[in-house]
Design a protein around this ligand. Structure first.
Ligand code: ATP
Ligand code: MG
Length: 298
């Protein structure tokens, strides 16, 4: 029996079916340092204020940004759940306003080395997370590794962050090109939503969107949805220094007003409203595994 078949049997046999599925939103960018982590945490707090149960999964292995931004030091990470028997409750840190936070640690890199038992265990645990969270935000870091890239590509909802700087635009395009080249990029099921960050005015953001969407539609057959722009606002960097997200430290700032609008636009999207139509987190992990197995067999 091939490994992929094995995986399918595992899922069938144990009937790992979450009752409900979390809406998974993956925040990514071409170039690093464009505001992904700031946006992730402030969107998360806003969703929580709208009554959603939110968990941030930090797949940013660089400087562990969100930890620093929130001033929390998680004791355990996803890797401890996978390899060292920790429970979901052990690895979820309590963030501001009830937002949960999970550090990816080396988990996502290492997950392709899991044994069948560990895999079964991981999937079961992630199904619990699907039941517990309405929304899971995956914050990806700069210099995305191959395995994080798989997550991004297989995600149903991708929030692409770019700034008006020419390098950010070309790097965002390069990332989209990578999706476009993969034969199994979920062209039908995925959608890519653009956030223009650090703009000087609304026109700036719209111009960035138009540039990117026209080339990606024309050359890659990927259509982008515009989620809005966030102005350059020094309160964001101040908030980072103070380790208190602007949603809390500067709720009346222009940047937070823009993030709030974007959050409401995300929540207003009816396509992702019905949980049974979604993939959820456990299924997303399974797909990444399946693809890895398939690749290793090629
Ligand atoms: N709208 C904004 N106005 C002013 N400064 C901003 C804005 N958005 C982000 N920044 C600043 O840019 C820097 C990078 O932001 P952040 O860490 O959120 O980016 P990132 O994309 O997560 O970075 P990395 O790729 O390293 O993970 C931070 O110092 C942050 O304060
Ligand atoms: Mg970051």
């Amino acid at each position: 029996m091939d490994q992929a078949q094995n995986l399918r049997n595992i899922i069938k046999k144990d009937n790992i079916k979450p009752v409900s599925k979390a809406r998974v939103i993956t925040v990514t960018s071409g170039k690093g340092g464009v505001g992904k982590s700031s946006i992730s945490i402030n969107l998360a707090i806003t969703f929580a204020r709208r009554g959603k149960k939110v968990i941030i999964l930090d797949a940013d292995f660089g400087l562990a940004n969100i930890e620093v931004m929130l001033g929390i030091r998680p004791q355990y990470s996803l890797a401890d759940l996978m390899f060292r028997g920790k429970s979901l409750t052990d690895i979820i840190c309590e963030g501001p306003e009830g937002v949960g936070f999970i550090s990816g640690g080396s988990g996502i890199q290492e997950m392709l080395d899991l044994t069948q038992d560990q895999l079964l265990n991981l999937t079961r645990r992630l199904s619990e997370l699907d039941d517990r969270a309405d929304i899971v935000i995956i914050d990806t870091g700069a210099g995305i590794s191959e395995s994080v890239m798989e997550f991004v590509m297989l995600s149903e909802e991708i929030l692409l962050v770019a700034t008006p700087e020419p390098t950010s635009i070309t790097d965002a395009y390069a990332l989209l090109k990578t999706f476009g080249r993969k034969p199994d990029y979920m062209r039908v099921n995925s959608k890519v939503e653009l956030i223009a960050n650090r703009v000087s005015n609304a026109e700036d953001g719209m111009e960035l969107y138009q540039k990117l969407s026209s080339v990606s539609e024309k050359f890659l057959d990927i259509s982008l949805k515009y989620m809005g722009a966030i102005p350059f606002d020094k309160n964001i960097s101040k908030a980072v220094m103070q380790q208190k997200p602007i949603a809390q430290s500067y709720p009346n700032s222009p940047a937070y007003a823009a993030i709030e609008d974007i959050a409401d636009r995300v929540l207003g999207d009816k396509v992702f409203d019905l949980s049974r139509q979604r993939k959820g987190l456990a299924e997303l992990f399974m797909e990444v595994f399946r693809r890895a197995v398939k690749k290793s067999e090629e």
